[in-house]
Design a protein around this ligand. Structure first.
Ligand code: COA
Ligand code: AMP
Length: 640
C-alpha cells in the first residue's frame, strides 16, 4: 500500500474508508451510520454505534488472551519506583475504581475532574470514568488552584480525583492545598474528592469532603462497562484560547477510538505487544491519546514516566528508559531534546545504553526545528518524525505513515497530511494559495474521526472560533505553507497563543493578570524565542501616570501573580517597564512587530503605525535587559 492510495481513498471515500477502520474495533453494536449531521449541522462519526472505550482498551484484550501482558510500566526516577501492571491487573483496578465512583453517584454522562501527577492511578481514574460512560476532565498538575477552579466551574463534576502531592525535580508539589483552595474558589459546590495518599507528602483529609483512595478501593465492588453511543463524550480537555477562559475540547468515544487505533499501526507502526512511550503528561492531549488510550486500544504496553529528560538524574534518562523496557517508539517534544542537547551535546549518554529496540522517535507539541532534528538523527541514528497536531484533533494532522509507506523527511516539515485531513493554505480572503506561499492553514470539512464537534457547552464559541473564517473549513490557528510535493511546513500560530516547552499558553490570559496590578496602565505579553523552551512569555508594561516603582520589585510581583493565578507551568519570568507600545492609529498593539524586534528579526514598519519612536524605545529596553536577539537554537533556517 502507498501513502498516496491511502490518503486519496480517505479524502474521496471517507465513509467507506473510516467504516473499514471502525471494523477493527470490538463494538457492542457496530455503527450503521458512519457519517451524519447533528442538530448543530456538524459532521459526526459513528452516531449509532454502541461501545465502551475502556472495554475496547482492556477487557477485550483479556478476552483475546492478553491478560498477562504488561499494559502499563510505571517508571518514576523522582520516587525511585518501578511497577508493571498487566492488562488483567489494570482492568481489575479500573473496575474497582469505577465502583468507587459509582458509590459517589457517578453515572453515564456525569463529569469527573482528575488532578493528578504522573502515577498509574491517573490512568486508572481516567479509564474508570470511561468504564462508567462518564466524562473525565484531566487538569495538568502544573496549573494553579484558580485554573482548577475555572475548570471545576465549567465542567460541574460530581467528583474530583486527586493525589496528596506530585514530585518535581527540586521540590514536592502539594496538590491537596491547591485542590482545597480550588473547591473554595469555585461556585460549583458539594462535590466529593478521592485523594491518593503518597508517602512523599500525605495530606490532611477533610471529613465529609475527602475519601482516601486506598480505603475506598478496598471497600468497593467492581463495576461493569456501561455502553455509550459513538458520539457520547469520553472527555473534555481544556486548552488555552486567546482569552482567559480556557476552551473545553469535547472528544467523542467512537471517532476517538477508531482514529487512535488506526494511527497506532498506520503512523507509528506499532503491533500488539510492542512498547510505546509518550514522554508527556496525562494532563495534555498527547498524554490522553498516546500514554493512555491509543497504546491500550492497540494491545501495546505503555510507559508512564514520572521524571524529566534531564536532571532525573541526568541527560541519559530517555535512553535509560528506552533500554530498560525495550521501547519501540519514543514520542516527545522537541524542547525535551533541546534540554538534552544542552547538557550532553556529544550524546555521550546515548552510547551507554542498548537502544536497539527503538525504531522511531516522534516529536510534536511545537515545531521540530532543523538543528534539533539533525542532532537527533545524527547522534541516535534513528528515524525521526515530526508530526503536527492539536488538542482539538487528538491525533496527527500531518505526519509520516511509518506503518504504510515511510516518506522521506524534510527538516522543518511535519511531512504530509494524514488520512482524512484535506489541508489547504488560504489567504486572508479564503483563497487557496499556491505551493511555497505562506498563509493560514485550514482543513476542509468534514474533519476526520476524533476531531472535536463542539466545545463543552459552548457551540457558539466553537462555531465562531473555528468554522466562521471561511465557510466549509476548520481554521487551525496555525500558519505555514506547502511545498510542490505537498509537504507541510508549520511556521507558528496566527493568534495570540504561544507555545512554551511544548505547552500551549494564552498571552491574553497573562495580560489580564498583569493588567490587574495597581501600577500597570497597559501591557502586552509576547512569546520570545527561548533556546530550550521554544518560546518564553515576556511582559512589557506601561506604568500609570505619576506612579514610581522599583522596576525589579514590580517584575517580581508580576511574576508571582502569574505563577499564582496560572501556575508554575506558565514560565512567566520577565516583565519590563517601557514608556510606550507601538500601536496602529486605531489603537491596536502591534504584537508581531514587538516580537520581531525582540527576537532580532528583520521587520517592516507598517504604514498604519501611530508612534514610530516607540520602536526604538522597545529596542533599547530589550537590549538593556539582554533580551534582544535571536536567542533560540536554530529557529532561523530559510524557507526552501
Ligand atoms: N506539577 C506541578 N508543577 C509542575 C508540573 C506538574 N506536573 N510540571 C511542571 N511543573 C513546574 C516545574 O516544577 C517548574 O516549576 P519551577 O518554576 O518552580 O521550577 C515549572 O512548572 C516549569 O516546568 P517545566 O516547563 O517542566 O520546566 P523545567 O525547567 O522543569 O523543565 C524541560 C524543562 C524542557 C525539561 C521540560 O519542560 C520538559 O520536559 N518538557 C517536555 C514537555 C512535554 O512533554 N510536553 C508535552 C507535549 S508533547
Ligand atoms: P496543543 O493543543 O497544546 O497540542 O497545541 C497545539 C499547537 O501546538 C498547534 O496549533 C501548533 O501551534 C503547535 N504544534 C504542535 N505540534 C506541532 C508541530 N509538530 N509543528 C509545529 N507546531 C506544532
Amino acid at each position: 500500500m502507498s501513502y498516496l492510495s491511502e490518503y486519496t481513498e480517505s479524502i474521496e471515500h471517507p465513509e467507506t474508508f473510516w467504516a473499514e477502520k471502525a471494523d477493527d474495533l470490538p463494538w457492542y453494536r457496530p455503527p450503521q451510520t458512519i457519517l451524519s449531521r447533528d442538530e448543530n449541522g456538524i459532521d459526526r462519526w459513528f452516531a449509532d454505534g454502541e461501545m465502551n472505550t475502556a472495554y475496547m482498551a482492556l477487557d477485550y484484550h483479556i478476552e483475546q488472551g492478553r491478560g498477562d501482558q504488561a499494559a502499563v510500566i510505571y517508571d518514576s526516577p523522582v520516587t525511585e519506583t518501578r511497577l508493571t501492571l498487566s492488562y488483567s491487573e489494570l482492568r481489575d483496578q479500573v473496575a474497582r475504581f469505577a465502583g468507587v465512583l459509582r458509590q459517589q453517584g457517578v453515572e453515564r454522562g456525569d463529569r469527573v475532574i482528575i488532578y493528578m501527577p504522573m502515577v498509574p492511578e491517573a490512568l486508572v481514574a481516567m479509564l474508570a470514568v470511561a468504564r462508567l460512560g462518564a466524562v473525565h476532565s484531566v487538569v495538568f498538575g502544573g496549573f494553579s488552584s484558580r485554573e482548577l477552579a475555572v475548570r471545576i466551574e465549567d465542567a460541574e463534576p460530581k467528583v474530583v480525583v486527586s493525589a496528596s502531592c506530585g514530585v518535581e525535580v527540586k521540590r514536592i508539589v502539594e496538590y491537596k492545598p491547591m485542590l482545597d483552595e480550588a473547591l473554595r474558589l469555585s461556585t460549583h459546590k458539594s462535590l466529593r474528592s478521592v485523594v491518593l495518599q503518597r508517602p512523599e507528602a500525605p495530606a490532611q483529609l477533610i471529613d465529609g469532603q475527602d475519601i482516601d483512595w486506598k480505603d475506598a478501593m478496598a471497600a468497593a465492588e467492581p463495576a461493569d462497562c456501561v455502553p455509550v453511543k459513538g458520539t457520547d463524550p469520553l472527555y473534555v480537555l481544556y486548552t488555552s484560547g486567546t482569552t482567559g477562559k480556557p476552551k473545553g475540547v469535547q472528544r467523542d468515544n467512537g471517532g476517538h477510538a477508531v482514529a487512535l487505533k488506526y494511527s497506532m499501526k498506520a503512523i507509528y507502526d506499532m503491533s500488539p505487544g510492542d512498547v510505546f512511550w509518550a514522554a508527556s503528561d496525562v494532563g495534555w492531549v498527547v498524554g490522553h491519546s498516546y500514554i493512555v488510550y491509543a497504546p491500550l486500544l492497540a494491545g501495546c504496553t505503555t510507559v508512564v514516566y514520572e521524571g524529566k529528560p534531564v536532571r532525573t538524574p541526568d541527560a541519559g534518562a530517555f535512553w535509560r528508559v528506552c533500554a530498560d523496557y525495550r521501547v519501540k517508539v519514543l514520542f516527545a517534544a522537541p524542547t525535551a531534546f533541546r534540554a538534552i542537547i544542552k547538557e550532553d551535546a556529544q550524546a555521550l549518554e546515548f552510547g551507554k545504553y542498548d537502544t536497539s529496540a527503538l525504531q522511531t522517535i516522534f516529536m510534536a507539541g511545537e515545531r521540530l526545528d532543523p538543528p534539533t532534528y539533525e542532532w537527533t538523527v545524527e547522534k541516535t541514528g534513528k528515524t525521526v518524525v515530526d508530526h503536527w497536531w492539536q488538542t482539538e484533533t487528538g491525533w496527527a494532522i500531518c505526519g509520516n505513515l511509518m506503518g504504510i509507506e515511510a516518506k522521506p523527511t524534510k527538516p522543518g516539515s511535519s511531512t504530509l497530511p494524514m488520512p482524512g485531513y484535506d489541508i489547504r493554505i488560504l489567504d486572508a480572503e479564503g483563497h487557496q494559495l499556491p505551493p511555497g506561499e505562506q498563509g493560514s492553514i485550514a482543513i476542509k470539512l468534514p474533519l476526520p474521526p476524533s476531531c472535536l464537534a463542539t466545545l463543552w457547552r459552548d457551540f457558539a464559541r466553537f462555531r465562531d472560533g473555528y468554522l466562521s473564517d471561511v465557510p466549509g473549513y476548520y481554521t487551525t490557528g496555525d500558519g505555514g505553507y506547502m511545498d510542490e510535493e505537498g509537504y507541510v511546513f508549520i511556521m507558528g500560530r496566527t493568534d495570540d497563543v504561544i507555545n512554551v516547552a511544548g505547552h500551549r499558553l494564552s498571552t491574553g490570559e497573562m495580560e489580564e493578570i498583569v493588567a490587574a496590578h495597581p501600577a500597570v496602565a497597559e501591557c502586552v505579553v509576547i512569546g520570545l524565542k527561548d533556546p530550550i523552551k521554544g518560546q518564553a512569555p515576556t511582559g512589557l508594561v506601561i506604568l500609570k501616570d505619576g506612579i514610581e516603582v522599583d522596576e525589579k520589585l514590580l517584575e517580581q510581583e508580576l511574576i508571582a501573580m502569574v505563577r499564582k493565578q496560572i501556575g508554575p507551568i506558565a514560565c512567566f519570568n520577565h516583565a519590563l517597564v517601557v514608556q510606550r507600545l507601538p500601536k496602529t492609529r486605531s489603537g491596536k498593539i502591534l504584537r508581531k512587530l514587538i516580537r520581531q524586534i525582540a527576537d532580532g528579526e528583520e521587520y517592516a514598519v507598517p504604514s498604519t503605525i501611530d508612534d514610530v519612536e516607540s520602536l526604538s524605545d522597545i529596542e533599547s529596553t530589550m537590549r538593556l535587559h539582554g533580551l534582544q536577539g535571536p536567542a533560540a537554537v536554530g529557529h532561523e533556517e530559510k524557507r526552501p
